[in-house]
Design a protein around this ligand. Structure first.
Ligand SMILES: [Cu+2]
Length: 508
């Protein structure tokens, strides 16, 4: 607490009730007055927040040497539905650190400056529709109040129009036809993103399913949200409290939907959530927030390279699993032989990390709804016609560059609104790089030179994908709905901070 900006010391963010107000929930009368009081402790913001369907307040502070939201290990679970408006007030309570200006944008800088990105959402990369509020614009910086910024341009953006002092109100208008699923939010300030995300400036963002859109057994499943960090897996609570479960108990026959986010701030490997029992029924139902056409049984003994494993999560990826505990109490543990051969594989390649989830089956049994039908509703995204599309290539290259150029803030690619393109992304290095683009997802068609059959579980939409070492990935994409500047970058965040980022602009 000693390092906190003394000007703001009266704001006791860590003991404040978490600032979550959802208008939908208010109508249902389920939000207590105490939460309301905390959420609207700044009277001036009442009117603004009142216009949104969901409002969250994130106060960034130092806690035990880490930069965190609201004094918690992670930010709160944000929930919003398609067609609704999400407001986020970001308050930067960190002390001024006059380190934003730098000659080299690809070295650490702006360490107490932060911002806000909604990973995977199809939302405006500039402002809301009125132009009054910032939306998913990662060029915006929220610097500590009282900070002196002595330069006019930082990382290619104009300080006057992009710097906010002390706080900022973001507004995300979720399109009516937005997909529902598991997304996440995190700090995306070039020069400090890896440190801030590693510290905990991140959290789950759920676009709620349209009622009745999912099969009954999924709709009725108990939801659990797991957040994978660089070290462990955390089970997340509504307010951002998060603990690494030393034991995870399921009742016999219980069905749960696990939303798993790989939010690793500096991981350069794939993560696998590995339940300790082999008779847990486990199916992948969505990836990167996009519901699959068909569920995929998880094979915990898959020894293929991680980019060929449908349930491997590169940093930034999300996976939703539907799991059913065995009907009897005597759960079968995964054999040590299988486990050790997988661990050997992981250790040999340094590309995979198994995160063990110790499961205990206990308590009275549950007669949960289940189905043996693998069919799922799919993402609802429009498929591509079987025609040749204009081609584009991009390569992750040595010394943290893209196409041999380090990030300089200049627009590298101009993309035409509504155009469809066929991309190939190469990894010309011997380390893992993870391709992520804001705003629009893409349909994977080829991995490491292997064309994916129409029914391949790997032929799916993603917004983040690991590129095989010295290999490539091909996909088709469209630039829909939104014009403006945003970025492509490696989601191994230290690589991004060091220069593996490129600015693109969609034009009408
Ligand atoms: Cu990288």
């Amino acid at each position: 607490m000693a390092t906190r900006n003394p000007k703001r010391a009266h704001i006791n963010s860590t003991s404040m009730p978490n600032a979550i107000v959802s208008r939908r929930k208010l109508l249902l009368g389920s939000v207590s007055i105490a939460v309301l009081g905390g959420g609207f402790s700044f009277g001036a913001h009442r009117a603004v927040a009142g216009n949104a369907d969901a409002f969250y307040r994130l106060v960034v502070d130092n806690l035990d040497g880490r930069q965190v939201y609201n004094g918690k290990p992670l930010g709160p679970i944000m929930r919003v539905a398609a067609g609704e408006t999400l407001d986020v007030e970001l308050v930067n309570n960190l002390p001024p650190l006059h380190d934003d200006c730098t000659d080299n944008p690809n070295q650490p800088h702006g360490l107490n400056t932060t911002n806000f990105h909604t990973h995977g959402l199809h939302v405006s990369p500039t402002t809301d529709s009125t132009g009054e509020f910032d939306a998913d614009n990662i060029f915006v910086s929220v610097v500590p109040e009282g900070q002196i910024v002595s330069c006019e341009e930082i990382c290619g953006v104009d300080v006057k129009s992009h710097f906010r002092y002390g706080r900022n109100q973001f507004r995300f208008e979720i399109p009516e036809n937005h997909v529902s699923g598991t997304f996440w939010y995190h700090a995306h300030k070039h020069g400090s993103s890896a440190d801030q995300v590693s510290d905990g400036l991140a959290g789950p963002l759920i676009i709620d399913d349209v009622p009745g859109s999912m099969p009954e057994y999924i709709e009725q499943a108990v939801e659990k949200i797991f957040f994978i960090t660089s070290e462990e897996v955390l089970l997340v609570d509504q307010d951002g409290s998060a603990v690494a479960p030393s034991e995870f108990t399921m009742r016999p026959g219980e069905v749960q939907r696990w939303r798993v986010i790989n939010g690793s701030g500096n991981g350069a490997d794939y993560a696998f959530l590995r339940p300790s029992i082999s008779n847990l029924e486990m199916h992948l139902i969505a990836f990167d927030g996009l519901t699959l056409d068909k569920r995929v049984a998880v094979n915990l003994e898959n020894l293929e390279a991680p980019w060929f494993n449908p349930s491997a999560l590169a940093p930034g990826n999300r996976a939703d699993f539907i799991v059913r505990a065995p009907a009897v109490l005597d759960a079968t543990t995964i054999s040590t032989a299988v486990k050790s051969s997988l661990d050997d594989l992981a250790n040999d390649s340094n590309l995979a990390r198994f995160i063990d989830l110790p499961i205990t089956v206990a308590g009275s049994s549950v007669a949960a709804t289940w189905s043996d039908d693998d069919a799922l509703p799919g993402s609802g995204l429009v498929p591509f016609d079987d025609i040749e599309l204009p081609k584009r290539e991009l390569a992750f290259t040595r010394q943290r560059t893209i196409d041999l150029e380090a990030f300089d803030g200049e627009i590298e690619k101009t993309l035409q609104l509504n155009a469809a393109e066929d991309w190939t992304v190469f990894n010309r290095t011997q380390v893992l790089h993870v391709y992520h683009i804001h705003v629009n997802p893409y349909l994977i068609t080829e991995i490491d030179g292997e064309t994916l059959a129409v029914d391949s579980p790997l032929r799916r939409w993603q917004d983040t994908i690991g590129i095989p070492l010295t290999g490539s990935v091909a996909f088709k994409t469209r630039y829909e709905t939104f014009t403006g500047k945003f970025v492509i970058h490696c989601h191994v965040l230290p690589h991004e901070d060091q220069g593996m980022m490129q600015v693109v602009e969609v034009v009408a």
